[in-house]
Structure formats: C-alpha cells, structure tokens
Design a binder for this molecule. Sequence first.
Ligand code: ZN
Length: 194
Amino acid sequence: MTGAVAPDLLRELEARGAILSGHFRLSSGRHSNRFVQKFRILEDPPLVERVAAALASAARPLAPTVVVSAAVGGIVLGYETARQLGTLGIFVEKENGVPALRRGFALGPDDRAFVVEDVVTTGSSIHEVIDVVRARGAEVAGVGIIVQRAPADFGVPASALLDLPIESYDPEHCPQCAAGEPVTEPGSRYLGAK
Ligand SMILES: [Zn+2]
C-alpha cells in the first residue's frame, strides 16, 4: 500500500466533513471515534479529480485497459479515474442480488482491469468486482482505494491513498462512554458512510 498524498489528504477530508471525529455508533453496534462519509468526497468534483489523479498515477505502470468500479459511489470515482487514464470506465451492479456487468459493458481476455473503490472496510465489494472481472476472462491489473479502513489482501497490486484503520469498541469498553460523552447515531444524513 502506498500513501503518498496521505497527510494533506487527511486534513482536507476532515475539513470537508468526509472524515468525522466524535463518538459514533457504527452499524455493527460498536462505538468508534471516527466516521467516514464518502459522499463528502464524491459530491466534490475538484476533490474527486485530485484523488483520481493519485489513483491514476498508481495505475499507469500496471497498464490497465479499463477501470472497473462498483455502483453507486464507485461510478463517480471510476469515471474520473478512467477519464484521466484515457480508458473506458465501467461498473458492476447487482442483478437479482448478484454482482454483474449490465448495460452491455464489454470485458474480455484482452482486458486488464484497474479496480477502484472509495472506502474499503471489509473489502467484500472489491472482491465482488474482482470476481466479476475474472468471470469474463479479464485480468485484474490492480486495485486503487481512497480510504482503507482495515488491512486487506486482494492478491494483486493495491494502493490506498489514506490508511485509516478503524478503532472500535464494545460499548461496555468504550473509553468515550466511560468519559460520559454522548454517542451519535449515524442516521440518514450519514447515508453511505462506512
Ligand atoms: Zn461509546
């Protein structure tokens, strides 16, 4: 994993509310002092342009022929990364609950796919995209991630712009609960956060 733009990027994402500090109840029920709201990145075209430039730099030595992402947030990031690489940008979405390439997106044995994702927690979304790419006979050239929240091995070259491991606690052992700090329940206004 590389982190060339990490220090500046962390400050910028915090300033834009993409990375929140506080006392949050995660969907798992555990408590954490940080929360990532990826749409504060994806709603901001100049910021998407910057992070995509860093991902494209990591991708170029891998000679990708296409950028593949996962709907919905990944469409924005994949589009801009592909634009900068001069490749097509396509995306995987669910079809009857199963990840698939729809809309006539073509991918075949001559393709080298660069897979991009905004925020990675478990890595399951990237693994789904990788499986779809390989099922078409294409090669996965590499993976590019904006914010990585847990270690993950995809078996291909991978770059994360920002390594931000999740620190979370069982509520009974949460230091912020012990300090009496009120917990924030991320609701619909944080939709899309991980
Ligand atoms: Zn707590």
